[in-house]
Structure formats: C-alpha cells, structure tokens
Design a protein around this ligand. Structure first.
Ligand SMILES: [Zn+2]
Length: 494
C-alpha cells in the first residue's frame, strides 16, 4: 500500500483469509453466507452486537434500519464510538461495518420502522432473514406481520440486566401451529402472548446478556442459511435466560418469587482475564461495560499478536493486525469508554506465579484461553492461591463454562481431568497439526455465559458443574450439575 493512497481505499483492500477458521468446519459453505441478504432493524447495543457478529460470519449483504441519532450518551454502542452527535446511527453503522469487513455490502437506511406501510416500502422482499433488534413494541408487531406475510423468518432478540430472550419465527411453523389455510392472512393476536417480548420495553440493554443472545441469534440465522446437518432445525420455543432464577434457562418469562435470587450490586477491586482472543476480547468488553462507573480494575494478559485469520471471531481488532492483542484491547476500551485505567493490558503469557506489582492477587480470575496446558496452569493458580475462577471453553458448535470457588465447587481438574489432557497435549505437541475450526457464534455465547456465571458467583450462587451451549441440542442451553466438591485447595503441594 502506498502512503499516498486515500485512507478509505486502503481500508477496502480485500483480506485474503479471514474466513479460514470457519471454513474448516465440516459442512460449512461460505458462499451460502456470502450470497445471503439480511435485514437488521435496530441500532442500539444489541443491534451493534448482532451486526458485528453477522459481519464476522461474512453475511454478504446486510441492511441496517433505524431512525435514531447518535447522542453521545451510550458508550455500549461500541461500533458508534467515533460517531458525532446528531449523525444517523444506521448510516454510521454502515461506515464502521464496511471497515470491519470490507468484503461485505452494508447499507444503513435511516427510516422509521414502527409503521407497517413504511416497512412494506423499505425492506427488500427477498431478504433471507429479518432480525428484530429494536426492542420497540410497534416495530415488533410490524416486522412479525411483514415476515409472516412475505414468508421471511423473523428472529427477535431482547436483553436487559441478567435477562435475555430469543424467538425464531418461521412462517411455515407458525402456519402449521395456528392451522392457517394457504393464503389466509395471519393475525397477530394468535401469537402475541407466546412470541412477542413485551417485558423488555423501556428496560436498558445489557452487554453481557447481549453477547449471549446475539450469539445464539446468529446461530439460528446460520441454521436457516446454511444448515450443517440434514436434520438441523431452528428453535421452536422462545428461549428465556434469566439469572434471577438458579435454573437460568426458564420456560416462561415469569419467575416464582420463591426461587428468586437476590442480586446485589458489587464491585470487586481486581479482575484478571487470561486470554485476549476469541472469548477474551468479548469478556473484557463486557466487564468494561459493567464496571465503567466503578473502581474495579480489569487486567487482561495475553502474549499473542493479532493476525488476519483472527478477524472472523475477534472483530474488535479489525484495524489492529500486527499489534499485540492485550495492548490493542486496552486501547480499544479507552477509545470507546474514554476511561484510562479501566482495562490494563499485559503483553506476556500467563504463568502460575502471577501477582500484581504490589504482590496482591485478583478477586476473580476469568480463563479465556484455548489450550489444556494453559487451563492446567490457571487451575493450579486458582487452587494454590484459593482464588475464584470462571473458565470458558468453546468448540465451533458448543461452549461450556465452569465456576471454581474453593470449598464450594470442584476445581477444573476434578471436573474435567485437565492435567491429564494437558499431558496428552504436550505429548502431541511434536506432531504438526492443523488449526482448530472456530467461529464467532460459540465465542459470543461463551463470553455471555461467563459473565452470567460471574454474576451468580457474586450473588453467592456459584454453579457446581457445567453451564453448556450445544448448537446441535434441541434446547441449546442447559446445566450439567455435579454433587461432589473437591478439597484440592487444602492439599499440600509437592
Ligand atoms: Zn479439585
């Protein structure tokens, strides 16, 4: 690239292999995603997450609809961090998303989407999916009708503090369920109670639940556009995630008072995030959002450098190829939240002897690494120093999260035999092996679940077992409890 080239042209230089890691997934066909068109309605935090995720996946054509303007008040709308007050959010989102993934065609359309006749005239009738990320009751009803009458699936996601919901409305399913005859127009009253997420209206959106729901939403979109298995189907029932219940995944929006968890506000002094990769960047951004007005210090440690092949999952580094991840992430958080010291990056690899410069330990460790060797070291660190630990791990189709609290739950080794797996990994290290297939979806979900379990830990309800997402399981999300609590933290170490 020549130095004289205008900046906009430099940004549009096509990237060669950003989809490499997801194209390694069995059955993946990137051209199906590249040939798809999606309408996203909404421009708030959840819409930011949804759009960034779809851009990472490589959806060829994305329309962004909304009539809100930048007001400089919501830093959680991180894609708009450079936008001046008064500008159209949907048009600004077009600009930044085009920078994040220059291979896509993104169109931001400043338009009121709460009136049926407006929507009829503006959404292209041949979009493959409509995403309702607007959290507006009129818009919900209008989009729902539009989708059903034009045969377009509508996916509706909503999130607020400790709560999130997702519905996937497939026209054929709805037709069957409500026994509509061919050509019979669908009536909103038939389904409003079941499918519309009215209890989120006027509730502020939340970064942690947004990660989970936007990731899950993207997986349902992927299933519609590019099923990986013959029998893959979109979720039939609405999903309710609610951390006010110990069950976490509940059947309906209401929770019995008897099972309600009492969450109180908390602000730990120090949180250590290990890994600034596919899970870590998202966890750090969520922590920054959560603690931006508190005195909590978030430290992220990672010795890795941003590469082009990371960009399908680690979208926050879109303009950071060649930079050190931990430092780039520190800078991004400062750019977005305008707060120095909220996140500090350490450019090195974690080891078991880690302490802060004043000799102290973190109040919570969050493991966002991707090898058994690193997890072994992190588990040893937590056991030896009696530190609470939340560990996340993902595959291309699944995510799992566990919480270790000494004396309350079992450690990672007792639960998952991590030390043995680390030995196997070391033994296999001499053989050349291909990189693991990986995609943004499960990492978004894993990061959201980790944040949720951090909330549960601070509410005195650490989960003993695994919290799981499985793309191929009908329920997707669930709990796998264990009854034993280990006493590794009491053992003498040789
Ligand atoms: Zn143990």
């Amino acid at each position: 690239m020549s130095a004289q080239q205008p900046e906009s042209e430099q940004r549009r230089v096509p990237r060669s292999n950003i989809y490499d890691r997801q194209e390694r997934i069995e059955g993946w066909d990137q051209t199906k995603l590249e040939n798809s068109r999606i309408a996203v309605v909404g421009t708030g935090l959840f819409a930011n997450d949804a759009l960034a995720t779809l851009a990472g996946l490589g959806i060829g054509e994305i329309f962004v609809f909304g009539n809100e303007r930048v007001n400089g008040k919501n830093s959680d709308e991180y894609l708009l961090f450079r936008s001046e007050s008064g500008k159209s959010k949907s048009e600004e989102l077009e600009t930044i998303l085009t920078e994040i993934n220059p291979q896509l065609s993104i169109k931001g359309i400043h338009w009121d989407m709460s009136i049926a006749s407006y929507v009829e005239n503006i959404i292209p009738p041949d979009v493959n999916v409509i995403i309702d990320a607007a959290n507006h009751p009129d818009t919900e009803v209008v989009l729902f009708n539009y989708g059903m009458n034009h045969g377009i699936p509508v996916i509706n996601g909503s999130c607020t503090k400790r709560k999130g919901s997702l519905t996937a409305l497939m026209p054929s399913q709805i037709q069957r369920q409500f026994k509509l005859k061919a050509g019979e127009r669908f009536k909103i009253n038939d389904v409003s109670i079941t499918y519309l997420l009215t209890d989120y209206i006027h509730q502020p959106e939340d970064a942690s639940t947004s990660s989970l729901i936007s990731g899950h939403m993207a997986d349902e979109v992927r299933k519609i556009l590019m099923p990986l298995r013959k029998d893959e189907a979109v979720i039939e029932k609405p999903l309710y995630y609610d951390l006010n219940s110990p069950r976490r995944f509940v059947e309906h929006a209401l929770i019995e008072p008897s099972e309600r968890i009492n969450h109180t506000d908390y602000s730990p002094q120090r949180i250590l995030v290990i890994g600034a990769g596919s899970l870590g960047w998202n966890v750090v951004m969520n922590l920054a959002s959560k603690f931006r007005d508190k005195k909590t210090e978030i430290t992220v440690i990672d010795g890795d450098t941003v590469e082009e092949v990371n960009l399908n999952r680690q979208i926050i580094y879109w303009d950071c190829v060649g930079q050190k991840k931990a430092l780039a992430l520190e800078q991004k958080v400062r750019d977005i939240y305008h707060k120095k010291g909220l996140v500090s990056g350490i450019d090195s690899w974690f080891n078991e002897d880690f302490k802060f410069s004043d000799g102290k330990f973190p109040d919570l460790v969050m493991d966002c690494t991707d090898s058994f060797k690193s997890r072994e070291a992190i588990n040893n660190y937590a056991v030896k120093n009696r530190l609470p630990l939340i560990s996340g791990a993902t595959s291309y189709s699944a995510a799992r999260v566990l919480t270790y609290v000494p004396g309350r739950t079992s450690c990672m080794n007792c639960l998952l035999d991590i030390n043995k797996k680390a030995d196997d990994e070391r033994a296999a290290a001499s053989c050349a092996h291909a990189p693991e297939p990986s995609v943004i979806i499960s990492n978004r979900i894993g990061a959201g679940l980790m944040m949720g379990e951090a909330d549960m830990f601070f509410a005195g309800q650490p989960y003993n077992g695994l919290v799981i997402y499985d793309s191929f399981a009908p329920a997707r999300l669930g709990l796998m409890p264990i009854s034993s609590v280990c006493d590794c933290h009491k053992k003498k170490r040789g």
